[in-house]
Design a protein around this ligand. Structure first.
Ligand SMILES: Cc1cc2nc3c(=O)[nH]c(=O)nc-3n(C[C@H](O)[C@H](O)[C@H](O)COP(=O)(O)OP(=O)(O)OC[C@H]3O[C@@H](n4cnc5c(N)ncnc54)[C@H](O)[C@@H]3O)c2cc1C
Ligand code: SF4
Ligand code: SF4
Ligand code: SF4
Length: 379
């Protein structure tokens, strides 16, 4: 592992990028050199609450994807598995994205040789709907007037069209039930070290991206982008490296505190009894890859009266898969029509499993998940 500061040599990308535009520049290098078929990133549609997964094949279009969208809790892992499995793809990944990719690699659903993973450190995402409400309630501004947002030094900051800024402490927003999604408040993987590189603003100077290079492939990305003349780099000083490590430690400590506060409060059976078996949590879960041949769709779970399995049967089957492989991405919470804190239940059980076996989904290397096989087995 090594550290660099990097910034784009392309003026437009430098301006549009969140920090030094390093991520977008590396993507441009990969597309221009024909190393990948496309780049999977996000681009805003109507406004800042509208981050849409976008597959870019022409490097000129990359400029629309630059920047960080904190109100876009989009999951990338299952998109690769479902739509781009046969393509060479470069992809921007938050820690939960790379964790799901790692779990899918273990299940032979993604070929690691086909992907370049450019990680983004992540302090958390805000749900787009509650994000709008939050701005309405806590800021002297209309959500429609926000042209950009950022999370910095514990504050959610909005910028308005007239150039003015407003900031509110995330702690104060979360006390009132707003701010980062509940799973993000518990999430204790803040730097995506399974990605080839991990990029962020922690430890970075203004206009630069701080990059942790995690493997040889990551080093080749940096070397290639520099050689192509799109990226410049320099070494960060010791204080920056230490400062970044300190912030990471504090963020993890806060998440653990949150886990301790929320895990004991949830009663799994009570929550599951409200389940209407709509299948939304299964369909959106990045780890539930066998959706085409899913146990929950088989006829022995159905009878003449009940269209889908009883709640306990439904959740029991999900539990048998998720209790060791949930990556706490929160997609299931986002879609549940019954407001069941699905991720809280499965994340709590995954942590219990981790405490017994040492296996942390999408992070552990040495310990493998149950039923792991190094060979691909078609079901
Ligand atoms: C939700 C979120 C939270 C973050 N929190 C932290 C933090 O706490 N500490 C820290 O050090 N860094 C954090 N970052 C990373 C930081 O904001 C920059 O993204 C990073 O430094 C890269 O900067 P850049 O200028 O090189 O990237 P750019 O050149 O601007 O490229 C950024 C890339 O990320 C993609 N992207 C934007 N939003 C998302 C998203 N929600 N999901 C997936 N891909 C996305 C864009 O489409 C683009 O390809 C966060 C990023 C995000 C998206
Ligand atoms: S679960 Fe973790 S990695 Fe994913 S969006 Fe939330 S804080 Fe970021
Ligand atoms: S169970 Fe929910 S939180 Fe866990 S991986 Fe699946 S969608 Fe994400
Ligand atoms: S999304 Fe909610 S209601 Fe639908 S199956 Fe999952 S837990 Fe049940």
């Amino acid at each position: 592992m090594s550290y660099i500061l990097a910034k784009s040599k392309n003026e437009d990308i430098l301006k549009a990028g969140e920090c030094g535009g390093a991520v977008t520049s590396i993507f441009k290098y990969l597309l221009d050199e024909g190393i990948v078929d496309g780049v999977l990133a996000l681009s805003p549609h109507d406004d800042v609450y509208d981050g849409i997964p976008t597959f870019v094949t022409n490097s000129e279009d990359l400029i629309n994807t630059a920047g960080s969208y904190h109100c876009a809790p989009t999951m990338i892992g299952d998109l690769i598995q479902k739509y781009f499995a046969d393509k060479k793809v470069a992809v921007a990944v938050k820690p939960c994205d790379i964790r799901s990719i790692d779990e899918l690699i273990k299940r032979h659903k993604i070929n690691p040789d086909n992907i370049y993973t450019v990680g983004l450190n992540c302090g958390g995402t805000v749900s787009p709907v509650s994000g709008r409400k939050m701005i309405d309630l806590f800021y002297e501004a209309s959500p429609d007037d926000v042209i950009s947002e950022e999370i910095d030094k514990g504050q959610f900051i909005i910028e308005l069209a007239d150039g003015s800024e407003e900031a509110v402490k995330i702690h104060d927003l979360e006390k009132e039930g707003y701010g980062r999604r509940n799973n993000c408040q518990r999430c204790d993987v803040k730097i995506p070290r399974k990605a080839n590189i991990a990029c962020g603003n922690w430890g970075a100077e203004d206009g630069w991206t701080f990059i942790e290079i995690n493997d040889d492939k990551g080093q080749k990305l940096i070397d290639g982008a520099k050689k192509a003349g799109i990226l410049e780099t320099k070494s960060p000083n010791e204080a920056a490296i230490e400062g970044r490590a300190k912030v990471e430690k504090i963020m993890i400590k806060m998440s653990k505190k949150n886990q301790e506060a929320t895990y004991p409060l949830v009663n799994e059976v009570e929550e599951w009894n409200r389940c209407i078996g709509c299948y939304a949590c299964r369909d959106v879960c990045p780890i539930c890859w066998c959706y085409k041949n899913c146990e929950l769709s088989k006829s022995y779970f159905k009878d003449d009266i009940i269209a889908s399995p009883m709640p306990i049967a439904f959740q029991g089957v999900r539990l048998s898969h998720m209790s060791f492989s949930c990556v706490d991405c929160g997609q299931c919470d986002d879609v549940c029509p019954m407001d069941i804190p699905v991720s809280l239940v499965f994340d709590k059980l995954q942590k219990k499993y981790q405490n017994r076996t040492g296996y942390l989904a999408g992070v552990s290397d040495d310990i493998k998940p149950p039923l792991y096989s190094p060979d691909k087995v078609e079901l």
